[in-house]
Ligand binder design. Structure first.
Ligand SMILES: [Zn+2]
Length: 293
């Protein structure tokens, strides 16, 4: 039995080998199972990614549709607002027009009459700093006071001092004035000095007679003064126009007599070198709504 220990060794080695192979097979099977599981997991995962993508696409489609609908609603709302805006704009214009005295842009001269009962809605006193006669209270239509004082201030800044000699005159004052002139100068010339009562633009409260300092600064000769030239160049910016310029067909030349017609109409007349009385009343009326803008 010399070989027995060798045989035992072989058996032992064979057993160890078998164990190792068994372990390898087991590990291999484990690995395979893991691979299969991994492939399955991957497949499952890719499936869910597709699903997520699909859901994302669905969601963005829904979002897009919602945005389209919102845009459509917004444009409808916008259109509605615009319509409402237009309507309220028209209403605003009509309301403004209904509150604006149509007489303020009527033509008054020997041809056009102003009712003797007419009186401006609201008058304000012109500060004494701007008036010629400190004993007399001068008034203009409240809305005209600002533009008038602005104009006189600007003229003063340009070295031209002007004062209001006459402003609002009621029908009765105008009448008394005319009678006084009649007594002094005779009936014929009274009409030249002072408009027949009721014809006068002074009854509107929008008109002033201006004088300046220095020789010839009073009414007669006013057309030769620096102040007159300044008014010709600048009065329109404040809404004032010369009602009766030289050689007009309506009244005598009154270089001192300036009437407020609003900046828009005054600028229109100035830029075209036209006179208020040369326009058709229909055309003048178009400026009524903007007279105090
Ligand atoms: Zn006048």
């Amino acid at each position: 039995m010399q070989h027995w220990p060798v045989v035992r060794l072989w058996i032992l080695a064979g057993a160890v080998l078998a164990l190792l192979v068994g372990a390898l097979v087991y590990l291999y099977l484990q690995l395979s199972a893991a691979r299969v599981a991994l492939v399955a997991a991957k497949a499952e995962l890719s499936g869910s990614v597709e699903e997520v993508n699909k859901k994302a696409i669905d969601l963005s489609d829904a979002l897009y549709l919602a945005e389209q609908q919102i845009a459509a609603i917004q444009s409808r709302v916008g259109g509605f607002e615009e319509t409402v805006g237009n309507i309220s704009g028209t209403v605003g214009t009509l309301e403004k027009l209904s509150k604006t005295d149509p007489e303020l842009l009527q033509k008054y001269s020997k041809v056009f009459f102003l009712n003797e009962h007419y009186a401006p809605e609201r008058l304000s006193q012109i500060e004494k700093a701007y008036t010629y006669d400190e004993d007399r209270i001068e008034k203009v239509l409240t809305s005209v006071l600002g533009p008038l004082e602005d104009m006189l201030n600007e003229a003063k800044d340009d070295g031209v001092e002007m004062y209001v000699k006459s402003s609002y005159r009621s029908f009765n004052e105008q009448s008394a004035l005319k009678n006084a002139y009649s007594v002094t100068y005779g009936a014929g010339s009274a009409n030249q000095f002072s408009a027949d009562q009721g014809y006068s633009e002074h009854q509107l409260g929008t008109t002033v007679d201006l004088i300046t300092t220095g020789l010839g600064g009073q009414l007669a000769g006013f057309e030769k003064t620096k102040a007159y030239q300044w008014l010709l160049d600048n009065a329109y910016k404040y809404g004032f126009v010369l009602s009766y310029p030289a050689n007009n067909g309506y009244y005598i030349f009154e270089p001192w007599h300036w009437r407020y017609v609003g900046v828009k109409l005054a600028t229109y007349l100035h830029n075209r070198n036209k006179n208020f009385y040369d326009l058709e009343q229909r055309q003048i009326d178009e400026y009524l709504v903007n007279i105090f803008d």
